[in-house]
Design a protein around this ligand. Structure first.
Ligand code: AMP
Ligand code: ZN
Length: 115
């Protein structure tokens, strides 16, 4: 198993875990882009959005609901935040295990433009 997020899920390498249930682990990003930067990760290894099947709709919906709960718990829901799935090379995805970024705790600049 070479996937770094699978290793975090297996507790083989440490992370600052914010939320855990049978399907999902959420932990703080090691290189935060804002005061709140949490990754919401399914425990099952799925490489990217491109690999999702129809039957995964419930899991992805759960990831978003958990991100909302964490945003509320970390007091960033009132002011607002960003949820981001990077996908593949052009989308800037570096870790090939699907993850939802929750980024908040500050007013965020617009950052979407061609490189
Ligand atoms: P992405 O570019 O969307 O694939 O995002 C990968 C994210 O994972 C980056 O924001 C990294 O800072 C973060 N990351 C990489 N390794 C770790 C780790 N060991 N613990 C927590 N976050 C990590
Ligand atoms: Zn994995």
């Amino acid at each position: 198993m070479s996937c770094i997020f699978c290793k975090i899920i297996a507790k083989e390498i440490p992370a600052e875990i914010i939320y855990e249930d049978e399907d999902i682990l959420a932990f703080r990003d090691i290189n935060p882009l804002a005061p709140v930067h949490v990754l919401v990760v399914p425990k099952r290894h799925v490489e990217s959005i491109n690999d999702l099947k129809e039957k995964d709709a419930e899991l992805v919906g759960k990831m978003i609901i958990i991100a909302k709960k964490i945003a509320t718990d970390l007091q960033t829901s009132q002011n607002g935040y960003k949820l981001l799935f990077r996908t593949g090379e052009w989308g800037g995805q570096e870790v090939p295990h699907i993850h939802l970024h929750l980024i908040g705790g500050a007013r965020l600049a617009e950052e979407i433009h061609p490189a």
